[in-house]
Write a protein that binds this ligand. Sequence first.
Ligand code: HEC
Length: 466
Amino acid sequence: MLDWHRFALMIPMRLTNRRKACRPDAGRLPLAPFGRAAVALLTTFWLFAQSAAATGRKPGAPTFYKDVLPILQQHCQGCHRPGEIAPMPFVTYRQTRPWANAIRNALSQRKMPPWFADPRIGHFSNDPSLTSAQIQTVSSWVKANAPAGSPQDAPSPPRWAKGWNIPRPDRVVRMPRPVSLPAKGDVEYTYEIVPTGFTQDRWVQMCEIRPSSRAHVHHAVVYIRPPQSKWLQQAPIGSPFTESSLKDPHDRRDALWTDSDILLVYAPGSSPDHWGSGMAKFVPAGSDLVFQMHYITNGHPATDQTRIGLVFAKTPPAQRVLTLQLTNDRFVIPPGVDNFRVEVHGTLPNNATLLSFFPHLHLRGKRFEYNIIHRNGRVEPLLRVNYNFYWQLSYRLAKPRFLKAGTELQAIAWYDNSRNNPHNPDPDAAVTWGDQTYDEMMVGFFDVAVAANVDKYQFFVRRPRK
Ligand code: HEC
């Protein structure tokens, strides 16, 4: 079913990397015709080779400052800079040079930047992939012994807001109390309710979740709780709690279930969200933000105090962004099976513009796809992902897609519960839905844009179709 009420996660997003027009041959020498032109070319080459020999680098070899740094700035530094998720920064020549070979390998195997969509299906505005020409440039640079070149050729450094991957937030909302985490064992989902103190309605154009102890956060979801909401009504404000710490039976049920709108989800490898102009998430005046934290332990005790940064829309948008989900929570993955399929369908109750996808599975997740099933039975693929638990990314359509009420959407997940899956915590287990990573999930989140005055409840009211 098209599910809007199950508790859960949603959508992060890659940010800086606008897809470049793909010109696979750009940067290569044109094939010289025979005759004079070829001779001229050879002569130039020879002269160039002479001067290059003097400076100890290969002729025409790309340099760090001129050719490689722009690529790093645009495709890598979002993560490879101090304070971000990658272990080593690629900001200066000195930092990058020792990694030259590893960089070439990672690029030629297309392991970096992380991206898991089948390139034959769909175009995504946050696809950070390099063009073949860019990979070639870096590869030639490495083969030529990774020359620095002249610092004067360097592009101006990108302006990062310190500590954020979004521009400097208008508001930062932080969990008021740090959560103490044990060295070992499972940690129940932990909540903290934080009043925004907003005295007026706010439209959020961009936001980013920043855990203080990234290594301990498996995922975080920030929900919007409007003032009239009855969700977690008796639960404490401003201090951490879990389902089992709550007294009120309604609240205990609420800790596992909500129809509240999601502001943002953080998961491994995810990045901030940034909606197109004229679209934003709505946070009514007086709302609370509810942090739902799934912590993991790693042998070291720690504390975490996650925060979310918000950049407000300058003017009220024409459209409101809602995060919806296709969920199937009734499956049993038999032990040892290496390609178990779980699917779910839903029809859109109203017209909506499809913006992006965020598939969520756990350690046995293998593939995920979203399709439209047309009336005549034709299956139109929208996204195919080779699922990687450690890189939960969102996939944002390069061209948002208008869908009419009644459009049938399908999501399909495949799981590998065999011994061949190196991440499988227990190939002998029959696996069902559950919170912990040794359980499984099947959630196909997707963002849609609707009219600015339509909320999630109104969107799900099905009207008779003419
Ligand atoms: C979304 C974040 C992200 C982006 C973007 C990204 N990286 Fe990484 N990269 C990481 C993280 C995290 C690691 C360490 C963990 C791992 O190896 O998966 C890593 C590891 C690496 C490694 C080491 C791999 C190895 O075999 O040890 C190389 C080399 C690398 N990145 C190069 C790049 C280059 C070059 C780019 C840009 C073209 C890039 N990365 C873009 C996050 C990123």
